[in-house]
Ligand binder design. Structure first.
Ligand SMILES: *[C@@H]1O[C@H](CO)[C@@H](O)[C@H](O)[C@H]1NC(C)=O
Ligand SMILES: *[C@@H]1O[C@H](CO)[C@@H](O)[C@H](O)[C@H]1NC(C)=O
Ligand SMILES: *[C@@H]1O[C@H](CO)[C@@H](O)[C@H](O)[C@H]1NC(C)=O
Length: 301
């Protein structure tokens, strides 16, 4: 099937009190109100624009913004009056701070964001979201400053009920013991083998399994039954990532626990398709050849 998509180019200038800003958007007629660029007078504090653009040719303001708009991974561009333009890529950005500046300074920042309105909203009411990755991430506005914080690369971010924000990523490698899974996460960048705290996190990990894997195959997570409860059908787990707190009900609910199987002690946990209704199985802590990966994490602070 073939269909025609019209692309409109437009910009809306907005003046709300002191602040001048405007939207610039390509509007796919089939999906109105999608991705846009919002420009403000401002600068990114995390970079020295002159330094990072050494050797780059000046470009027009339009091209600076448009190139970012057209590039999938671009989340934001920063430009000065000399036409020096620097773009920030989603995967290589972890944290940014943008501060508003006076028009006379000639500095511009354009955010890629998604806005329902095609008209000028009140500036103070705008909730800017980075909509480049899998999940929207908010810019936190504080006075005349915006900050944005995300996980490394395309790692998944979860904010837990206790307010702890965790970043996690699955890795597919045949690692047959808990000890080596912990070691691999450390080797990959000082990360922890992550503990799991919510159904949402667990489901995400479960869904990262390869569809052709055996039902018993899955990812190591951080948990080992305490010595005194070893080989028992029990939920007293030791979680050593430093940010996950033990919620025993959680394991009772989602893990198919036994403690042992035909004489083999099963004190560790694997996210897999073990039994109907369960997303975790307790397994032996070493020489477990169904283990096909592990989940690393760290606390975002
Ligand atoms: C970020 O990196 C991941 C994995 O390397 C890749 O699949 C994804 O397309 C990248 N995302 C963007 C927005 O560049
Ligand atoms: C949990 O495991 C760590 C690392 O193996 C160990 O140092 C710690 O003593 C254990 N905690 C308990 C309560 O057994
Ligand atoms: C483990 O304990 C739970 C809760 O008491 C029970 O439902 C389950 O059948 C037990 N599993 C085994 C293998 O005994």
């Amino acid at each position: 099937m073939k269909f025609v998509v019209l692309i409109l180019l437009a910009s809306i200038g907005c003046v709300n009190g002191e602040m001048n800003f405007y939207f610039y958007f390509h509007c796919l007629v089939l999906y109105p109100g999608q991705q846009k660029m919002m420009k403000i007078f401002g600068k990114v504090l995390d970079v020295d624009l002159d330094e990072v653009t050494i050797g780059l040719e000046p470009v027009s303001n339009f091209k600076c913004v448009d190139d970012c708009f057209q590039t999938d991974g671009c989340i934001l561009v920063f430009m000065n009056s000399g036409g020096k333009c620097f773009s920030f890529d989603f995967n290589s950005t972890k944290k940014l701070t943008v501060v508003e500046t006076k028009r006379e300074e000639g500095l511009m920042v354009a955010f890629k964001t998604r806005f329902l309105l095609d008209q000028c909203p009140a500036y103070d009411d705008m909730d800017l979201l980075v909509t480049v990755g899998e999940d929207p991430i908010p810019w936190i506005k504080n006075g005349n400053m915006y900050t944005f914080e995300k996980c490394v690369r395309d790692w998944k971010m979860y904010t837990r009920e206790n307010g702890v924000t965790v970043c996690m990523q699955t890795f597919k490698e045949e690692i047959y013991s808990l000890v080596n899974a912990i070691k691999r996460c450390d080797e990959l960048g000082g990360y922890k083998l992550t503990g799991v705290q919510s159904k949402e996190e667990l489901q995400w990990i479960f869904d990262r399994r390869t569809s052709t894997w055996h039902k018993n195959s899955g990812f190591w997570i951080n948990a080992k039954r305490l010595e005194e409860y070893s080989r028992m059908n029990d939920t007293h787990f030791n979680i050593t990532d430093g940010y996950t707190t033990l919620d025993q009900e959680f394991y009772r609910k989602f893990a198919d626990l036994s403690g042992s199987n035909i004489g083999i002690i099963e004190d560790c946990l694997l996210v897999c398709n073990a039994a109907p209704g369960f997303l975790i199985n307790d397994i032996q802590c070493s020489d477990y050849t169904y283990a096909k990966g592990f989940v690393c994490g760290y606390q975002l602070v």
